[in-house]
Write a protein that binds this ligand. Structure first.
Ligand code: NAD
Length: 246
């Protein structure tokens, strides 16, 4: 398996779902992991999952929090921007404040952490930045995901821009585009539709592989992209979706 010994990683939104699974997988691959979230209740479970995980509170919407995080961790080798939110609805269901919030959390937060951490990676001579996008983006049209798709498409653009500007200086920047993945917020979205079982069955029905993805399956891609074995990939939107877009 991939060996991340000697590397350090910062993960945002590591409190649950894909971020949690990724923090654990990065640590098990040998990295020193700074696992951050606004939900401090998750920290005990992170520490219990792997002693190499150092959790602390980081609100990715806050310049002050990101500066303090950078002070605390020093330069890192791996930055996984996992924070994001799903806004449900078409454009006519999306008032300006909802679009602004989706862009803040899904796009500007990654801009903020990259601006904080990229200079340290450049000083070290390299680093791997991984940004959480989605197949609901420029990859695939998904109904009732206006703000989500627009913002996740922007994540892919941001990723390609950073990748091309720093490819000659040891920096790789990739995006991950999952299909539907089991997580607490997915369960909330399914419950919000009224009939949880029916909503889940509909989500499964659109997956050619016949099931929803597991956070650990996305985490495995995060570990690969973080590793030196991925040295030849940058600027890509890596689709991992159970065949939804094949
Ligand atoms: P989730 O939505 O269940 O959990 C999100 C986490 O983000 C929570 O721990 C929450 O406390 C944290 N968070 C919220 N606001 C924050 C802030 N301001 N600063 C720091 N942390 C904050 O997890 P998930 O469903 O695994 O989603 C994680 C990422 O993966 C998101 O970017 C999401 O868009 C993306 N994604 C998820 C799916 C899916 O089906 N679950 C599919 C494609 C992409």
């Amino acid at each position: 398996m991939f060996d991340l010994s000697g590397k350090s990683a910062l993960v945002t939104a590591a409190g649950q779902g894909i971020g949690f699974a990724s923090a654990v997988a990065l640590a098990r691959a040998g990295a020193r992991v700074f696992a951050t979230d606004i939900n401090e209740a998750a920290f005990a479970a992170l520490k219990q999952a792997d002693a190499r995980i150092e959790p602390f509170r980081l609100d990715v919407l806050s310049d002050a929090d990101v500066s303090a995080a950078r002070e605390r961790t020093g330069a890192v080798d791996i930055l996984f921007n996992c924070a994001g939110i799903v806004h449900a609805g078409a454009i006519l269901d999306c008032p300006p404040e909802d679009l602004a919030f989706a862009l803040q959390l899904n796009v500007t937060a990654a801009y903020r952490t990259i601006r904080a951490y990229l200079p340290g990676m450049l000083e070290k001579g390299g680093g791997s930045i991984i940004n959480m996008a989605s197949v609901a983006s420029s990859v695939k049209a998904v109904p009732n995901r206006f703000a989500y798709s627009a913002s996740k498409a922007a994540v892919i653009g941001l990723t390609k821009s950073v990748a091309t500007d720093y490819v000659g200086r040891g920096i790789r920047c990739n995006a991950i585009c999952p299909g539907t993945v089991q997580s607490p917020s997915l369960d909330e979205r399914l419950r919000a539709q009224g009939d949880y079982e029916a909503a889940k069955a509909a989500f499964i029905a659109r997956q050619p592989i016949g099931r929803i993805g597991k956070p650990e399956e996305i985490a495995a891609l995060v570990v690969y992209l973080a590793s030196d074995e991925a040295a030849y990939t940058t600027g890509q939107a890596h689709v991992i979706d159970g065949g939804w877009t094949m």
